[in-house]
Structure formats: C-alpha cells, structure tokens
Design a protein around this ligand. Structure first.
Ligand code: NAG
Ligand code: NAG
Ligand code: NAG
Ligand code: NAG
Ligand code: NAG
Length: 442
C-alpha cells in the first residue's frame, strides 16, 4: 500500500526506545508470511516450529488469498497476555497499526479480529505532549494538545495514497515472538497505532479481508523495520512464495540477516541501489534503466523512470501492492509490445482492470514473451512469466500491470512481480539484494 508521502513523519521521531527482554542472543527475527487459509496458517506455523537454527525468531508470513486478498500477512503477538493479530506486510508505508476495540468486556467480540487494549496490562497510549507524539505530526493532531490534562492520548491519523485512513491512539506495547528454540522473546516499548477508526478501500475493502492491521516496513522511523532494525542489523528480507501453488509454500519475513544462510544466498545474489527520495522518505526506490521484452529493449525514455525535482516519479518496491503499476508512457510501450507478440485469442468479454487478457483454452501451457528490467548498477530482474501473467478467471490470463493513476505517483513493483525472489533490504548500505535462488533456502 502506498502511504501518502509524509516527509515530516520521518524527520522526527527521536530514538525509539526499544529493548529486548531476553537472555538469548537473538540475531534475527524470522516471521512466516502467510497467504492462505487458516489451515495454511497452521501449516506454516508447524513448518516454522520444525525449522532448526540457532537462537532466533521466526514468524510466519501468510498469503491473504484465503480471504480473497492479494496481500501477505505476518502474525504479530501484542500485549500482555499476548493477543495474536494478522498484519499486512507492507514496505510501502511506515506505521504499524492494529484495529482496536475499546470494549471492556470483549467476550462478545470474536477473538483475533481486533486488539483489545483493556485486556492488556502493558498497553500504554502515549500522551499527546510526549515527544514521540509531537514528532508524529503532521498530519496535524485533530485536537490541540493540553499538556496538563492527564488523559490526553496521542491521536494519530495516517492516510494511504488511495484516500484510505486509519486513526486512533499512537501507543506503546510489548510484543512477543517465539524463537526457533521455543524460547520467548519480548520486545518492549514497541510503538504502534491503536486504530479505532479505519476507512477506505485499502484498510476495509476486499484486499484487507482477514487482516487486523498493517505492519509498515518502510524507511521511516516508526516502521517495524526501523524500530527493530537497530537491534537486528538494519536489514530485512523476505521471499513471497507463489500463493497459487498447492500446498502453499511458506514465505518468511526475516528481520536481521540469517547468518547461516548467507553463504549460499550471497553467491547468487544481485544488487541494485536503493535510491532516496527526500520528499517521500517512506519508500524504497529502485532505479529502472530499461525494460526488455524477449531481450529487445523497449523504446522508453529514461526520464520516464526518474525522480524529478518535485519528488514525483521513480519506482518503488512495495509488498503491500499486488499488481505492478507503471508510469503511463512505460506502460503503453510495454502493453503494445506484449500485444504485438502474444498471439493467443482474446476472451469473449473484456476483463475489467486489465488491458491485455487471453483465452488459454486452446493451449496446454501458454508461453509469454520474457520480460526483464535492467536496474541501476546493471543487474537484471527477470521475473518468471507467472509473475506478470495471472489467471483472472478460468482459462483466462491477463497481464498483471496497470498504468499508475496519479500522474505524480511512483511506479510500483507489486508483490506478484516479486514472487519467488528473495529480496533483501539492506538499509545501512542502501541497497536491495535479490535472488531467484534465495527462496529455496528459506
Ligand atoms: C462479559 O459478558 C459475558 C456475556 O455477556 C458475561 O457472561 C460475563 O459475565 C461478562 N463479564 C464481565 C466481567 O462483565
Ligand atoms: C487543560 O486541562 C486542564 C486540566 O484538565 C484544564 O484545567 C485546563 O482548562 C485545560 N486547558 C485548556 C486550554 O483546555
Ligand atoms: C508460541 O508457541 C506456543 C506453543 O506452540 C503458542 O501457543 C504461542 O501462541 C506462541 N506464541 C507466539 C508469540 O508466537
Ligand atoms: C475461450 O475459448 C473457448 C474455445 O473457443 C470458448 O469455448 C470459451 O467460451 C472461451 N472463454 C472465454 C472466457 O472467452
Ligand atoms: C545481471 C547480473 O548481475 N546478474 C548476475 C546475478 O547473479 C548471478 C550469480 O552470481 C550472476 O551469474 C549474474 O551475472
């Protein structure tokens, strides 16, 4: 999901206090990413328990496909005693927030749907006068802060690019992880939004089905990767497995680096620079130099990909967006080239939201032109065709790309295009590693 660019959000938050209450020397957190049914969640969790590593933490990432969602979920245990919630893993925003309910007697609410702060002894809403809160603005606090008023919680409002909004109290909690050696690790002073009012398609619509909140993994100081980064080497990585496979393979989000695996992965990893856009400090930008179809470079002017002086344009890598969205001039070229080369018949009816769809009933295994992106530094991302042609209905496949709808927005490499690759976000070195071989090891 794309958060609105809130440059101010990032300038400010002072050091976010963060402490690990555990004797174990945990070097990374490994969280399963879930993209499937409750049944599959269980599957990933048991897989998770069978992983043997040294002291470490691992949480599942689940595909939201079970709920009709194109998102990947991470399970977060928050509060005392811990309440388990599923959050959308989102590199396109910073705030971590959960749906909150102020119920006193919550036995009427279904568990695992909402966070119940009154059922947690460690819930602590920041006071509006605290620096952590003042630094959160803008967006402006809905009410001016009264310093002397005792119960004056830190209200936040966090907008997403499509107009969706979450608002509530910016708060602090304890979060708990199981390590792979069955120890529990608690992290204190974890800052998150307790979302009492959430509106708009990104946070209430179909793509949000099954989710209880968002885990922002962006570059800003309040994100999950920033709050935990200091402790775990300021790196994170994930592998989004193809959720259409059955059984669904387990995907993982790793905070820190999984040292035992580095040798295997590093030899096959390619890198490109993560570019910084001071006007949108949340996003992880990469630079596209050229796009190729069947190894033929498409005539797209390099300026189509650049970040201009107003901070517009550029290309971000976003786990919280499903399709790939491209600047209109690039999209037009790519679409036209695909249309020229894909010889399959069109479906009887056009498919809403897609400009190129084919009826594959006459082919046993359709083959599409090979798409590749040449990135800054010269590395090349070559997604398998299943990452850009997806089945939208029985025997109909469509090019999983759309033009960006706001002139100014960045192009977005969505999570479908990322499937099957290991992506490592190395924030200190400001580079993105990717490998098509890295997922097997996970
Ligand atoms: C909570 O609600 C349930 C169901 O209405 C009731 O049985 C229970 O006694 C209530 N508990 C408290 C602490 O009020
Ligand atoms: C701030 O809160 C205090 C204590 O509740 C109250 O006495 C005071 O009038 C409030 N000030 C403003 C400006 O609302
Ligand atoms: C840790 O594992 C136990 C036992 O499997 C489970 O009941 C609990 O919910 C897990 N806690 C977390 C924080 O994952
Ligand atoms: C696909 O083509 C087959 C064979 O021509 C036809 O029977 C079927 O209705 C078509 N499906 C769609 C969705 O167009
Ligand atoms: C374009 C590019 O950098 N490709 C490299 C990716 O990594 C593999 C394995 O090290 C190399 O063989 C490729 O040349």
């Amino acid at each position: 999901m794309l958060s609105l660019s809130l440059s101010s959000l990032s300038v400010l938050l002072p050091i976010l206090l963060y402490a690990a209450v555990a004797t174990a020397s945990v070097q990374f957190l490994k969280l399963p990413l879930l993209h499937s049914s409750q049944h599959h969640i269980q599957t990933s969790l048991s897989h998770y328990r069978h992983h043997r590593h040294r002291q470490n933490l691992k949480s599942p990432v689940i595909s939201g496909a079970f709920a009709g969602s194109g998102q990947y979920f991470v399970s977060l245990h928050i509060g005392s005693p811990p309440q388990a919630l599923l959050l959308v893993a989102d590199t396109g925003s910073d705030l971590i927030w959960v749906k909150c309910s102020a119920c006193r007697n919550c036995s009427l609410h279904s568990p695992r749907s909402t966070f119940f702060p009154r059922h947690s002894s460690s819930f602590y809403p920041h006071h509006c006068f605290q620096r952590t809160c003042r630094n959160l603005a803008p967006p402006p606090q809905p009410n001016p802060c009264n310093r002397t008023k005792l119960h004056s919680p830190c209200r936040y409002e966090y907008p997403y690019a499509d107009g969706s909004l979450t608002s509530g109290f910016f708060s602090q909690e304890i979060i708990t992880f199981n390590t792979t050696t069955s120890q529990q690790l608690q992290l204190k002073h974890f800052n998150f939004g307790c979302g009492f009012h959430n509106s708009g398609p990104s946070v209430t619509g179909e793509s949000f089905n099954g989710a209880n909140g968002v885990m922002g993994l962006g570059r800003g100081p309040i994100s999950f990767s920033s709050q935990l980064g200091r402790r775990f080497g300021n790196k994170f990585s994930y592998c989004l497995m193809d959720y259409t496979l059955s059984p669904t393979p387990t995907s993982f989000l790793v905070i820190g680096s999984e040292q035992n695996d580095v040798v295997g992965v590093n030899s096959k990893i390619n890198f490109t620079a993560l570019l910084v856009n001071p006007l949108s400090p949340t996003f992880y930008y990469i630079g596209i130099k050229s796009v190729y179809l069947n190894d033929v470079k498409l005539p797209i002017h390099p300026s189509v990909w650049s970040i201009d002086e107003l901070g517009n344009g550029g290309t971000i890598i976003d786990s919280g967006t499903t399709l790939t969205l491209l600047a209109a001039p690039a999209y037009r070229e790519i679409l036209a080239a695909f249309k020229r080369q894909v010889k399959l018949p069109s479906p009887a009816e056009p498919i809403q939201g897609f400009d190129l769809c084919v009826n594959i009933s006459g082919t046993s295994r359709p083959s599409y032109p090979k798409l590749s992106f040449e990135l800054v530094g010269g590395s090349v991302l070559r997604p398998p065709q299943g990452n850009y042609f997806i089945e939208t209905s029985e025997l109909v496949e469509c090019l999983a790309m759309q033009p960006i709808n706001q002139e100014s927005g960045p192009s977005v490499i969505g999570n479908l295009m990322q499937q099957g690759f290991l992506f490592e976000f190395d924030r200190d070195r400001s580079r993105l590693g990717f490998s098509h071989h890295g997922c097997a090891i996970r």
